[in-house]
Design a protein around this ligand. Structure first.
Ligand code: 3PG
Length: 192
């Protein structure tokens, strides 16, 4: 079954309860974004208190953030673009690195670095499902993680694409998290 990766922005310690709710809902992984000053501390807390949850760092835009994230216990790094220095740091630390690539040139850059899976962000802006289908023709081995504009309504369509390895988004972090997770699990199973 393909994964759905919750993209989570933590502002305070209280916000980390979201990770409990996601795990209880059957989504025991999260990309905690470096969009707030609390990000590194939030990753550290979750890595310590929730070892069964696979926690990584998202929106990592420079080496300093990458080092902070790795030091806090991030088990994967995600960037909104492709950074060779961050790629190197992740490899040295032995953790997966998921950079974003949306154009053919960016995808070729990633392939040249031996990267086999890239984030496709913001998916809805860069052509969504149509774009992924078109890009898969010249890049049949590349796997994508569409994120940005994914909703409960289009999740199944994304998950059903052969070139999609996983789907990310924040759509499960608002409202009733447990019931949204339940619906996501149902869609994940039906998209097999
Ligand atoms: C990300 O960083 O991956 C996005 O902010 C998630 O996009 P979404 O909020 O549209 O799901």
């Amino acid at each position: 079954m393909k994964h759905v990766i919750p993209v989570v922005t933590l502002r305070t310690r209280q916000d980390t309860r979201l990770l409990f709710e996601l795990a209880e809902g059957g989504l025991p992984l999260a990309e905690i974004t470096f969009r707030t000053p609390y990000a590194a501390e939030g990753i550290r807390l979750c890595a310590r208190e929730l070892p069964s949850v696979f926690v990584g760092a998202g929106s990592v835009v420079n080496e300093e953030q990458a080092k902070l994230a790795l030091g806090a216990g991030a088990r994967f790094l995600v960037s909104p673009g492709l950074s060779e220095p961050i790629c190197r740091l992740a490899r040295e630390a032995g953790v997966p690195y998921l950079p974003c690539a949306v154009t053919p040139a960016e995808i070729m850059h990633a392939l040249g670095l031996g990267i086999q899976t890239v984030k496709f962000f913001p998916a809805s802006v860069y052509g969504g499902i149509q774009a992924l289908k078109a890009l898969s023709a010249p890049f049949p081995t590349m796997k994508f993680v569409p994120t940005g504009g994914v909703t409960l309504e289009n999740l199944k369509d994304y998950l059903s694409l052969g070139c999609v390895a996983a789907v990310g988004g924040s759509f499960m972090t608002e409202g009733d998290v447990r019931s949204t997770c339940k619906e996501i699990r149902r869609i994940m199973e039906s998209a097999l």
